[in-house]
Ligand binder design. Structure first.
Ligand code: BGC
Length: 851
């Protein structure tokens, strides 16, 4: 039987509200017959019909969609066996640029002038009665700041930090909440708007008021009555407001102060005022993935230390605590957060820098529950003071991250490797908080481009990042400088570029504008992401070429050595102790980056049919490859030898055969001399194991991966890490941080995904699962047996459906269990065994000994 197992609009199965004029539909199939693919599919939306054999990103091209309207999409599929399946789904249009009837409103009496802190949260109020039966009631809302709506004291929706983090001056999202069942005859709407990213303190210099001087709200409630009449209740001067609500302080870094003695219904309000908003963004229905509450953790240990109760949740992550306590009116409870402990068991908050990461809760009388609303923390441990342990009824912690589907998994017979995989997953979750951040705990949590540039292939295996990354890339595009450079952090929001050189292009960090859409395209197969960002990519590579060539002649124009302090070079490389030494390697990393990005742009140009461009960028790529050889001495070695310096030219294939051979040999010797320990920074880490394994040194790659002496991936695991560390040597064998003043201002986080980029090697080589055609329409299964592993299981929920690979070493050979989704083909091979092609279905494959 043929079945349609998933049918999405804009990558959502349910609750899609879109402002896209051409929303895109995708579907997945399942069949009990092998070798199934689509013979013909018919998609019908709003009277428009598409006949196709494709399954991904089928763009609506019918007549204009109407705003605020629910549409049905119908799908009929016939497969190559003559079986058919049908499905329907509904989606809704948003405002489709219809002007707002509502006004931006604020607390006109609130003057927020303090520096380095966030404003007091503003609570808006509107009361109204409903006289007739309601068919539907929907809120359309956005804010400058982050907001939560309460309808009759019940939270609307489950989002955190709406409207999300975008480059506010160009883009702002609004949300739609169906509150039909929350209304009664007499209604009260309360909306609290905290500072968030737009008004609150942000980045490590704790800038505030970056987008606006104070918070503002824009909201409409569209009520449709049973008799068809419509009414719109809008934010305007009839609303009231106060900054004296229960949230007395809310800040991403510092935490929250909540006073439960102040109840929403008994606050004293004054009239709200219209606000003149100085930005004019395009306001669209949520197109990213807003933050939601996910896993719940319970304390694994509880200890009392010097007046504090210390809880260990057993997992480092980003999120919030929730506690239910028996309290006395006015009693104050303080909760602090940390990733690690001091040797004496107290919380070590040193590396949070200026972030106070503290909650202050003032109790009302009796049993009560508190969960913060306008902040989040990166933590594993908390300390609670101001209450006796027996008065704490329950305490739990909730992971907060963007609503992205978990698509990938990896499991093996090696438990340390499994913990590494879990650490990679948790560092991803902790840093996919509306945008891809660097870390979730200290006073940064910024959209550092370099981190996601290197991590994107791993991220897109683990999660369906379609909406999340597309939203972020829209901002990357909008924030690109006219000169082509990409800011180091996106949204820029107070940071962006080093002030010393605000027009530059910066290797690897800027490469995000190419590496991220490329990884996303490979994973999900939607070519539109390449088309959308192609002009940005070209402009960026042109800028890189310009900066590389500045002041040089001949082939040297392709060796990119702008002043090193402006690049990040081999960022956090553990084999040299100082930030300046990482940066000094930028001549090598930047030149390799130019080779790679120009090559990718050439490939993308070819895919999009821009042949002339393809030739042009291919030439840049070739010239840069030749130029890299200029960095070699006559005996073929690098003038300055370091692991990344060899890894990049090997992996990016930029050396001649003979030079590559020497480079591989030198890399292998250096790795051996270094006791198989890692020596790479951000740029080399994702590729080092590929550089070894793909060039005949599989066992060396395995030795490095499975090494657990510092610095190595498994050293962190051995030391009890539950997430990936920023610095390879983040803790010494005694569990203490050995890093002194290395020029980075205590840049030590225990939850940074960048070096978790090794995940890509686990999936693509050890499990052996790699797309041959974007979106895994054709994929390779070529497991790398070795490292003493006896079993590996990996799954990937591709855009076509579930792919599963499970290999086992048995007495007489290797056994592989394989699942291939409808519409795809797998090319299976093992070492010297012949490649075999499988259509959709479930298979058991055996390779007899001698392998
Ligand atoms: C961040 C990094 C980032 C780096 C670049 C750090 O503070 O946490 O992950 O890429 O700065 O300078």
């Amino acid at each position: 039987m043929l079945q349609i197992t998933k049918f999405t609009c804009e990558n959502l199965e349910k609750n899609c509200v879109t402002d896209k004029k051409h929303p895109a539909f995708s579907y997945q199939l399942a069949s009990d017959l092998e070798g199934t693919f689509v013979e013909q599919a018919k998609l019908t939306v709003n009277g428009w019909t598409l006949e196709t054999r494709d399954q991904i990103a089928l763009e609506y091209q019918g007549s204009s969609l109407q705003p605020f309207t629910e549409y049905e999409a119908e799908l009929m599929v016939v497969d190559n066996h003559g079986q058919t399946a049908t499905a329907r789904m509904t989606f809704e249009t948003g405002r489709l640029a219809r002007p707002w009837q509502a006004d931006w409103i604020t607390d006109g009496s609130y003057r927020f002038v303090e520096k380095r802190i966030s404003p007091k949260p503003m609570t808006f109020h509107k009361a109204f009665s409903i006289k007739k039966p309601v068919r539907s009631a929907k809120i359309y809302a956005t804010a400058l700041g982050i907001y939560t709506i309460f309808v009759n004291e019940q939270r609307a929706g489950q989002d955190y930090f709406a409207p999300g983090f975008t480059s506010y001056k160009t883009n702002l999202q609004y949300q739609v909440y169906d509150v039909t069942h929350q209304l009664s005859d007499e209604n009260h709407i309360h909306v609290t708007v905290a500072g968030g990213w737009a008004v609150g303190s942000f980045i490590y210099t704790r800038k505030n008021r970056i987008t606006a001087d104070r918070q503002a709200l824009l909201m409409e409630l569209h009520v449709t009555y049973e008799d068809g009449e419509q009414e719109v209740i809008v934010s305007d001067e009839s609303w009231s407001v106060t900054t004296e609500g229960p949230w007395e302080m809310a800040d991403f870094y510092d935490g929250e102060s909540y006073n439960a003695t102040k109840e929403l219904h008994s606050l004293s309000f004054h009239a709200a005022s219209k606000e003149t908003v100085s930005i004019h963004p395009c306001i669209s229905s949520t197109y990213g993935s807003l933050v939601k509450a996910h896993e719940v953790f319970y304390p694994q240990t509880i200890r009392q230390e010097a007046g504090e109760i210390i809880y260990d949740f057993g997992q480092n992550f980003a999120g919030l605590v929730q506690l239910t306590v028996r309290g006395k009116k006015g009693q104050q409870i303080t909760i602090r957060h940390a990733e690690i402990l001091h040797p004496d068991g107290r919380l070590n908050t040193t590396f949070l820098r200026t972030a106070k990461a503290t909650l202050t809760y003032t109790c009302r009388e009796g049993l009560q529950t508190y969960r913060p609303e306008f902040t989040y923390m990166g933590f594993r441990y908390i300390s609670v003071s101001g209450i006796e342990v027996e008065d704490i009824e329950t305490i739990s912690a909730i992971a907060l991250y963007s609503d992205i589907e978990e698509t990938g998994s990896f499991e093996s017979s090696n438990s340390q490797l499994n913990q590494l995989q879990s650490n990679i997953v948790w560092s991803s979750k902790s840093n996919f908080v509306d945008i891809p951040t660097d870390c979730p705990q200290r006073d940064e949590r910024m959209g550092w481009t370099g981190d996601i540039a290197v991590f994107a292939p791993t991220a897109t295996y683990l999660f369906d990042m379609s909406r999340f990354l597309d939203k972020w890339l829209t901002d990357v595009k909008n924030e690109q400088l006219p000169t082509g450079g990409i800011p180091n952090t996106v949204p820029v929001q107070g940071f962006g570029f080093p002030v010393t050189m605000p027009t530059m292009a910066i290797d690897f960090w800027g490469d995000a504008c190419i590496l991220v859409p490329w990884a996303q395209y490979q994973a999900r197969g939607d070519k539109r992401i390449l088309a959308r960002y192609y002009p940005m990519m070209k402009k960026y590579v042109d800028a890189c070429k310009f900066w590389a060539g500045l002041g040089s002649f001949g082939l040297h124009r392709y060796i990119w050595h702008t002043h090193h302090s402006l690049h990040f070079g081999d960022w956090v490389a553990p084999d040299v102790p100082q930030m300046s030494q990482w940066q000094k390697r930028s001549k090598y990393t930047a030149t390799a980056s130019l080779k790679n990005t120009s090559q990718l742009v050439a490939e993308i140009a070819r895919l999009l049919g821009f042949e002339k461009d393809a030739k042009y960028y291919q030439q840049i790529s070739q010239k840069t490859a030749q130029a890299y050889e200029e960095l070699l001495t006559t005996n073929g070695r690098l003038k300055e030898e370091f692991q990344t310096g060899y890894v990049l030219p090997i992996y990016y294939d930029l050396l001649s055969e003979s030079a590559k051979k020497i480079a591989v040999e030198r890399l292998v010797s250096m790795v051996k001399e270094n006791g198989y320990k890692i020596g790479t920074g951000f740029p080399g880490t994702p590729y080092i194991l590929f550089a070894l394994a793909d060039n005949g040194y599989e066992e060396i790659a395995y030795k490095m991966l499975l090494n657990d002496t510092c610095p190595s991936w498994l050293y962190e695991v051995k030391m009890g890490a539950t997430t990936i560390w920023e610095r390879w040597d983040g803790l010494d064998e005694n569990g203490q941080c050995p890093i002194g003043d290395d020029g980075t201002d205590q840049m030590i986080s225990y939850n940074h995904y960048a070096s978790g980029a090794v995940g890509d090697f686990l999936y693509r080589r050890i499990a052996g699962l790699e797309p041959l055609e974007a979106g895994y329409r054709r994929f390779k299964v070529a497991p790398l047996i070795g490292g003493g592993l006896t079993e590996v299981k990996a799954r990937y929920a591709s855009a076509y459906g579930e792919i599963a690979v499970h290999w086992m070493v048995e007495d007489n050979g290797i056994r592989l269990l394989l699942q291939v989704p409808v519409g795809t083909q797998a090319e299976v091979s093992l070492n010297s065994y012949e490649r075999q092609v499988y259509g959709s279905g479930k298979y058991e494959i055996r390779w007899e000994k001698s392998v």
